[in-house]
Design a protein around this ligand. Structure first.
Ligand SMILES: NC(=O)c1ccc[n+]([C@@H]2O[C@H](COP(=O)([O-])OP(=O)(O)OC[C@H]3O[C@@H](n4cnc5c(N)ncnc54)[C@H](O)[C@@H]3O)[C@@H](O)[C@H]2O)c1
Length: 405
């Protein structure tokens, strides 16, 4: 099914940007929120993105106006009566999202796709509250949506194959990189990212390294920013909610470091609250030091060692588990990490990195980390199988990928 017109529900941080992305691709898009003021704020945000493009000389003011005119502001669900897809970007609460779909399902055409931008809620559960679970699918954009290329396309248990395929094609129309992800808690990128962010917190609370040292090591590895800068950008509150979902699904290996709780309780969520692990508007660094000292004083482990492997290997291990569970293919895992996380291009993705390191070395390092830090480093089952079968990565010409000699 070709998508000629789209609708976005919720004109907040994500919704407004998603509408901008759709308008930029030349398609009309209805942008709805609960009142005119919020819709106007969304439209102002879209205008600011276009103004930025005009200022950089990337488009003419006339073209920008034509694109902005494609966004149809609305506070009324009846505006969705002729759309081919509705993308909801309302707050991350199952009850709100279910209600939003229930309200529009009889207004949109019967063939319309109901897509959700949820970060971590179950697509299947959301779909089950609608009359057409087959038309419900995850379409997970990354923040900021007008910059980030990746879209995770997540079919639920009842989603029709054609619906996921149509959303993949639609995502390409939007000049994005879609990756199909079979439904699991945290989907793909957040599932891989959270153990990495969590390990950074363990390193800090155990006195292994400072915030700055940890961030610098990640940047030296080739990531666009360090884990604490990333949490400050994403919002600790959002990360915290995702970690809870992961903990409920995967158990103890996702158990958050106590340090998160201290920052969470102090409402230091990052940039949006004026301060997080770094000072922004709130320049009083003593608050940061006090929270770190508190976490270090009560940490069950102290004076552990920092290494970049300690940060990266939990991600590698989780990536291997995703492949063994058929969440995504190895190639798609790598693509998602490049487009969604900014994993260094020259390493060609996280599983290419594991192959280049040598899977026997990855296994040995995970075992050593497990010995020191416990179960969260227990190697993925299939990693042993690869090593035993001498699928050792690049040096053996085969690992997660095949290499010509
Ligand atoms: N912010 C991120 O980094 C990010 C990244 C990826 C995905 N997400 C997901 O996107 C969704 C939205 O997140 P956000 O950060 O944009 O939230 P937000 O709070 O900035 O915006 C949500 C908007 O939805 C509106 N809304 C609530 N009920 C509505 C209704 N019935 N009809 C129309 N509008 C309604 C609110 O008024 C608000 O403007 C969440 O599911 C979140 O998990 C967020």
């Amino acid at each position: 099914m070709y998508i000629y017109k789209a609708g976005v529900i919720g004109a907040g941080a994500m919704g407004a940007e998603i509408a901008q992305v759709i308008s930029y691709a030349g398609l009309p898009v209805v942008l709805k929120d609960v009142n005119q003021e919020l819709v106007d704020k969304g439209i102002a945000k879209i205008r600011a993105i276009y103004d930025g493009r005009v200022k950089k000389g990337k488009m003419s003011p006339e073209d920008a106006e034509k694109k902005i005119a494609l966004v149809i502001p609305s506070t009324d669900n009846n505006s969705f009566k002729d759309v081919d897809i509705v993308i909801e970007a309302v707050p991350e609460k199952m009850a709100i999202k279910q209600k939003v779909f229930q309200e529009v399902q009889d207004i949109v055409p019967e063939t319309a796709i109901l897509a959700t931008n949820t970060s971590a809620l179950s697509i299947s559960e959301l779909g089950s509250a609608t009359k057409r679970p087959g038309r419900v699918v995850g379409m997970h954009f990354f923040y900021p949506a007008h910059v980030m290329k990746l879209i995770e396309v997540i079919p639920g248990l009842a989603t029709e194959e054609e619906v996921a395929a149509d959303v993949m094609t639609f995502s390409e129309t939007l000049r994005k990189i879609p990756v199909k992800v079979n439904e699991c808690a945290g989907f793909l990128v957040n599932r891989l990212l959270m153990p990495y962010l969590n390990e950074a917190a363990f390193c800090l609370q155990e006195g292994a390294a400072t915030v700055e040292e940890i961030d610098q090591a990640a940047v030296a590895f080739g990531l666009p920013m360090g884990p604490f800068t990333l949490v400050d950008n994403l919002g600790l509150d959002i990360c915290y909610d995702v970690v809870q979902v992961l903990l409920n699904s995967y158990g103890s290996r996702m158990k958050p470091a106590e340090l998160w709780m201290h920052f969470y309780e102090a409402k230091r969520f990052g940039r949006k609250t004026g301060g997080g692990f770094y000072p922004y508007e709130d320049t009083d660094t003593s608050k940061i030091k006090a929270l770190i000292s508190k976490a270090q004083a009560t940490s069950p482990k102290k004076n552990t060692k920092f290494s970049i492997e300690r940060l990266i290997y939990p991600m590698v291990n989780e990536a291997i588990m995703c492949v063994e569970e058929h969440v995504s293919t190895a190639a798609d895992v790598d693509l998602a990490m490049l487009a969604g996380v900014g994993f260094p291009q020259e390493k060609e993705g996280i599983l290419h990195y594991a192959d280049a390191t040598g899977l026997d070395k990855v296994l040995a390092e995970l075992m050593a980390l497990h010995e020191t830090h416990g179960d969260r480093f227990w190697p993925a089952t299939s990693l042993r199988r690869y090593v035993a079968a001498k699928f050792l990565g690049k040096k053996a010409s085969r690992g997660f990928f095949e290499y010509s000699t």
